[in-house]
Design a binder for this molecule. Structure first.
Ligand code: 5GP
Length: 196
């Protein structure tokens, strides 16, 4: 992957504000964001092909069997996967690609792409996380309880990421992530093939 764009994995519990961070990054940096496929039903306001590619379970399994994903995982009863083709094309063009995915997906990406940069977006506290999840007003109580339980499991795995960035004030969080990406671009081992 040397000489190509960075493969950047951004994870964090639902409600940590990953979506907002990624949207701000797109405004500030020269980045592309991968649109995942999912079997989850669209939420109000979500558009097919923009927020996700919404697939049936059969379509998802078919894509998986045709080696269409960089990674995929099951999360709270639904499948989610990062389509391979578009991400590989962007990286081959030297673009940095963001995958906004959960922790199992990150583990799979790291195993296959040790050069990737993994960043865990940490909520400032569990209270803030629950408030943000409830504030969306899009989830049932059952889903909120499951997502809070999953959040605790995910936070326990944050130590396996390359970087942890706390999402308090959004501007600070975005500035921290951009600093990480800038520093990663300047790592000597990313230049080695050009210099030697
Ligand atoms: P949500 O249903 O809230 O949109 O997403 C639930 C979780 O799935 C989030 O943690 C999100 O980052 C993760 N996710 C979204 N797309 C993918 C994907 O392509 N692969 C994996 N492994 N997780 C994903």
């Amino acid at each position: 992957m040397k000489g190509n764009g960075l493969l950047v994995v951004i994870s964090g519990p639902a409600g940590a504000g990953k979506g907002t961070v990624v949207r701000e990054l797109l405004k500030n940096g020269d980045l592309e964001v991968s649109v995942s496929a999912t079997t989850r039903a669209p939420r109000a306001g979500e558009e097919d092909g923009v927020h996700y590619h919404f697939l049936t379970r059969e379509q998802f399994i078919d894509m998986k069997e045709h080696d269409g994903f960089l990674e995929y995982a099951e999360y709270c009863g639904n499948f989610y996967g990062s389509p391979k083709k578009q991400a590989e094309e962007w990286m081959a063009e030297g673009k940095d690609v963001i995958l906004e995915i959960e922790v199992q997906g990150c583990q799979k990406i790291k195993a296959k792409n040790p050069d990737c940069v993994s960043i865990f977006i940490m909520p400032p506290s569990m209270e803030v996380l629950e408030k943000r999840l409830r504030g969306r007003g899009t989830e049932t109580e059952d889903v909120i309880v499951r997502r809070m339980a999953r959040a605790r499991e995910e936070i326990a795995l944050a130590k396996d990421y390359d970087y942890i960035v706390v999402n308090g004030p959004i501007e600070e969080c975005v500035a921290d992530v951009l600093s990480v990406l800038r520093a990663e671009k300047l790592r000597a081992d990313r230049f080695r093939e050009e210099i030697l």
